[in-house]
Design a protein around this ligand. Sequence first.
Ligand code: ADP
Ligand code: MG
Length: 447
Amino acid sequence: MDSYDKRPPKEIWEIALGELQVQVSKANFRTWFSKTIGLSYQDNQFIIGVPNTFAAEYLEKNQRSLIEKALAGLTAPDVQVVFQVNGKSHRQTATTEDVKPIPSTPPSFTRLNPDYVFDSFIEGGGNKLARAVAQSVAQNPGHSYNPLFIYGGVGLGKTHLLHAIGQAATASSINVICISAEQFTNEFVTALRDKNTEDFRNKYRSIGMLLIDDIQFIGGKEQTEESFFHTFNELHNTNRQIVMTSDCPPKAIQLIEERLRSRFEWGLVVDIKPPDYKTRLAILESKARQRGISVPADVLEIIAREDQSNIRILEGSLNRVCAFAKLLKAEPTPEIASRALADIASKEYVPDDITPSAIINAVAKSFQMPNDALLGRKRDKDTALARRMAIYLIRRETNYSLSQIGEALGKRDASYVTNACRKISGDIDSSPFLKRKVRDIQRKLQH
Ligand code: ADP
Ligand code: MG
């Protein structure tokens, strides 16, 4: 077998992702793997950057051996993986020579990914407007559309556009901060804890442009929203550009503060829609060129024909086809591509059979109460216990994210879910009765 260990870790991980994509469900892949990056490979340790502690925890607990297996063929048979929360997985490609362990405290802002520039952003029907507006904002910051709010599904290029704006602005000597809402929240919470909010305030108020990725994460965090609200006003009043991305339009973000939502809509709201076949093909061509790999047009066409709107996964397919060809020591051909992708097609669409509603049903039945009780606001002891039990089981049995679980249980927020899980895990540990109940419900769910 070919040895890949001279490759940069980023590439090794991309190839491994191509493999993993076939082995886990689509939902699982999207939730836990899509924002990961290969950071370094040294002394048999492969460090994977993950966007947050939940992902680190989940992958560590549930996917470590699968990941190590996927990496073993590309690195060493006894490779060990380490998950590292690095805020954002956009670190510049590290090579095996210049790998340095990254500091354990994440940087308070995102380094702009040098690959994410306007030139490499392929235009298509679904993103034409967003791209044009982003360019206009980069050329004329603070004066064309302020704020600019870009929303769209996963893997459609929101972060790419945001970094492209940042790069263009930096080139014209504007002091840019690009940060995910999650990082912003962490930084704010740390500042609160360390009684440093004055510095925090000053830092954000002295910048020339603020780019916030995945702003939907700010929803429901009262103090952070408040702080962001003031930062926003101050920047906006002085014509400094603000750009935000989100996976949904402003009206669908669950915010505590209505005044914040109305500000999101002040400037311009644009969406990015999934790419059509022609755009997918053009993107694949550009990615192959960028990486300096030559893939025949008919092979790219086969990959582009997959009905895949998430461009990150499309890139995964390209990696997979190339990895397959490499393993066979052959050039990629349409046959190899079809074989490499057939696996994905057959395994990827296996429905996740245990759904939150099935779990809510089973728990409600077991506690002899109506489903609605779990979704409602009642807080008596039994209802609260049943609700926590449902949360605990959904967390264990499905790939739903914390906020999705909160949503499924009567629009509660992620921190509610975390607390519920923490509390019930302790209760279950100390109560044989609850242990039995959990097992009974789990057994019912299997049938
Ligand atoms: P999002 O933030 O919307 O989830 P990203 O910006 O992270 O998506 O994009 C996912 C991947 O797809 C990135 O590698 C990005 O470069 C690529 N990509 C998305 N849209 C385009 C495009 N129009 N042209 C080229 N690459 C794209
Ligand atoms: Mg993104």
